[in-house]
Design a protein around this ligand. Sequence first.
Ligand SMILES: NC(=O)c1ccc[n+]([C@@H]2O[C@H](COP(=O)([O-])OP(=O)(O)OC[C@H]3O[C@@H](n4cnc5c(N)ncnc54)[C@H](OP(=O)(O)O)[C@@H]3O)[C@@H](O)[C@H]2O)c1
Length: 267
Amino acid sequence: MSIPTFGVGTFRLTGQTVIDSVRTALELGYRAVDTAQIYGNEAEVGQAIADSGVKRDELFVTTKIWTANYAKDKLVPSLRESLEKLRTPYVDLTLIHWPAPGHGVELSEYMTALAEAKALGLTRQIGISNFNIALTKQAIAVVGKNEIATNQIELSPYLQGEKLTAFLKEQGITVTSYMTLAYGKVLKDPVLAQIAGKHQATVAQVALAWALQLGYAVIPSSTRRENLASNLLARDLHLDAADMAKIAALERNGREVNPAGLAPVWD
Ligand SMILES: NC(=O)c1ccc[n+]([C@@H]2O[C@H](COP(=O)([O-])OP(=O)(O)OC[C@H]3O[C@@H](n4cnc5c(N)ncnc54)[C@H](OP(=O)(O)O)[C@@H]3O)[C@@H](O)[C@H]2O)c1
């Protein structure tokens, strides 16, 4: 199993904005797109993909199941609806969006339903998002660690998730960093700016290259062509050990996303 290291995110983007963003990303060479049922943009993402003319087998499409669809009789039908909107017979990766402890559906029920979606061929791979170590262990106990392609979690130079990422690495579960730019906050950081200056790179490229060098997949979003283009060039930036050490020191538990009732107790 493998997942692409660089994709484009679509959170908060709807209507023509998301169509333009995904279309531009595909024109620029992105081949992985991250959406979710709750983003309310799967149909527009599907339209942008269809308009792009990029062949389905060259693309990697990820969606996420929303909490309202976790029950065993809802998960698979909801994914079928997502596929219709996305205009595809399968997605490459389907994630449980939030562990939502105490939300009424047991983890074992939704993980089993997710595995069933894979067995039905609706999704090539399955994974989790926003799971802490304890919940990841529970998910592994239900479906097996080799079945979990990724845990997509908030990670940025300000929130480095040391314990969780070490655990995931040990389990062979790919880490996907979302909000690697901390929704733009890290872009003003003077240390990152200094490193960017040294490499004649942008600050966003430095943050993304940091995550890539740690072995994480990234899915930065942008509504601007120039940002989509320059972010992708982070793949060519090599940070040295001194740069990586300076970025490691920026950790400040800077979590941006922590919705009550959905988020676990973080490690
Ligand atoms: N699993 C989950 O629970 C979860 C939660 C949140 C996000 N995600 C996924 O992760 C993706 C990424 O997160 P995100 O979109 O919230 O945040 P992000 O990628 O950290 O940041 C996006 C913001 O940064 C700006 N930006 C992007 N590239 C830039 C650049 N080169 N220079 C300056 N500004 C730049 C964008 O503005 P412009 O449009 O002006 O470029 C936008 O405001 C989401 O789209 C979504 O797919 C998943």
